[in-house]
Design a protein around this ligand. Structure first.
Ligand SMILES: Cc1cc2nc3c(=O)[nH]c(=O)nc-3n(C[C@H](O)[C@H](O)[C@H](O)COP(=O)(O)OP(=O)(O)OC[C@H]3O[C@@H](n4cnc5c(N)ncnc54)[C@H](O)[C@@H]3O)c2cc1C
Length: 442
């Protein structure tokens, strides 16, 4: 079904993160008449969530994380409202806010409410000095208790866990990470890369307890955390517990509404829910896939941006569906950069039949390069400590290039010519030999 653009319609977007803001911007570009309102309880202005850690570490100010000046919104005629949505009446098309008698009507509603840190019902999880790292409010509460922290325990060894560990470490705190996995984030990284990051963590002075679960958080008798007990009964004294065991869609605005949810807000590939004029994008959306496949929840910055831009077209009447293209992710584990493209099987899961992998690692254990092959075609690229050009890696995979082609053209993909020649020869000769040994052509 295509939508009619009603002149002067009111599009209300709940959530002013990357998904909501990308939608608002793209919609304004195409529809000069729509009234657009961005609502968020977190703060009136869009800021870069991945930069939260740099505010704490003093590398950036909060103001410096805002991609747009405060005056820009008025110039774009995008209304901003700081409020928490507590109820959505989809019959009356009306939003209610916490602590306000009034509310706000909409013609079309976009839910872009992001995620919230997981809590798995651990005893003590709601004590003071126990928190996740997601919002500006989280940063404020962390800042408020920082002077009390000598030892912080971080529960969950994913991307946000290592950031929180780095933040505390940068302020001279002792830090311990508890991770259920056998080595760092092995449900996302291949074994060798996971061990490499574990090694980087150990070298930094941060303690990583792999294969360790949280059992409970101990109360100091005054409602504050003073330690944790692990699954093996070990007691670790600490003054702060960071909960970074993943995030889930934030559905707090939808309580009591008729909008169908699963793990997230259920939408199709055009981000439409089954309720007329209600849409969802970004981390909070659960894209319903054809039968037999797992629904998709995407919790990344660039996918949030893509969702928002596609939905703006849909709201303008285009018959558009979302296609993420080739998977991409990147991160920095302390000072070790990671970039991944396409299909790279993590250590913690069985490898799809038919895939083979060739891998090179420098003797310093800080640089690595992996190709994943299906038959002759490269389907995945994983790089640690060496940066390759996004567009080039994507093209190699999209064009189903052979390992031979990639190795012959490695230079084209390299991002840092200064470092390239240090590793190029070793990468090419090692991977060529491995491909040949496995019976391929290179
Ligand atoms: C510390 C950290 C580091 C990260 N680093 C990276 C990275 O390096 N690369 C990457 O790709 N991704 C990263 N991410 C993930 C990325 O930030 C998210 O995928 C992205 O911000 C999600 O965007 P969004 O617009 O869907 O939601 P959000 O950015 O979460 O915005 C949603 C907004 O809606 C508001 N909201 C929710 N419920 C209500 C309500 N009831 N009423 C009013 N407002 C409400 C929230 O308060 C929030 O302001 C990181 C995340 C964190 C927390």
């Amino acid at each position: 079904m295509l939508f009619q653009k009603k002149p002067g319609r009111h599009v209300v977007i709940v959530g002013n993160g990357i998904a909501g803001v990308s939608c608002a911007r793209a919609l304004r570009r195409r529809d000069k008449q729509a009234r657009i309102t961005l609502v968020s309880g977190e703060g009136p202005h869009f800021f870069s969530r991945p930069a939260l850690m740099y505010i704490y570490m003093g590398h950036l100010t909060y103001e410096g994380t805002k991609p747009y000046e405060d005056w820009w919104w008025q110039k774009q005629r995008i209304g901003l409202r700081q409020a928490w949505v507590t109820h959505i009446d989809t019959q009356k098309k009306w939003l209610s806010f916490a602590g306000e008698a009034g509310g706000l009507g909409y013609d079309q509603l976009v839910l872009a409410t992001g995620s919230k840190p997981n809590k798995f019902g651990w005893p003590g999880q709601n004590l003071e000095r126990v928190q996740g790292l997601y919002s500006l409010q989280d940063l404020q509460t962390l800042e408020a208790v920082s002077h009390e922290i000598q030892h912080g325990v971080i529960v969950g060894g994913g991307l946000i866990g290592i950031e929180l560990a780095e933040m505390l470490h940068a302020r001279g705190k002792k830090v311990t990470i508890l991770s259920r996995e056998q080595s760092y984030w092995d449900n996302a990284l291949p074994r060798e890369e996971s061990l490499m990051v574990s090694d980087v963590i150990a070298e930094s002075g941060i303690t990583l307890h792999s294969g360790t679960e949280l059992k409970e958080i101990v109360d100091d008798g005054q409602g504050r955390a003073c330690g944790v007990v692990t699954g093996t009964g070990e007691k670790i004294a600490c003054e702060f517990v960071g909960l970074t065991a993943g995030v889930s869609p934030n559905l707090s605005a939808l309580k009591g509404s008729e909008i169908p949810t699963g793990r997230g807000v259920l939408v199709d590939f055009s981000f439409r829910s089954s309720v007329e004029d209600v849409f969802a994008i970004g981390d909070c959306a659960e894209i319903v896939t054809p039968e037999g496949q797992r629904n998709r929840i995407e919790q990344l910055w660039y996918t949030g941006q893509m969702h928002g831009e596609v939905l703006a077209d849909v709201l303008c009447g285009d018959d558009r569906t979302y296609d993420r293209g080739i998977w991409f992710n990147s991160a920095k584990f302390l000072d070790l950069e990671w970039h991944t493209y396409g299909e790279v099987p993590p250590a913690g899961f069985p490898v799809r039949p038919g895939l083979r992998q060739v891998y090179w690692q420098a003797a310093d254990k800080r640089h690595a390069f992996r190709l994943v092959l299906a038959g002759d075609a490269v389907v995945g690229v994983n790089a640690m400590g060496i940066r390759y050009r996004h567009k080039v890696c994507e093209r190699w995979i999209a064009e189903k290039r052979s390992a031979e082609y990639v190795l012959n053209n490695l230079k084209e993909g390299n991002f840092d010519p200064e470092f390239y020649h240090r590793y190029e020869g070793a990468i090419v000769s090692s991977l060529r030999a491995q491909v040949a040994q496995a019976g391929g052509q290179a």
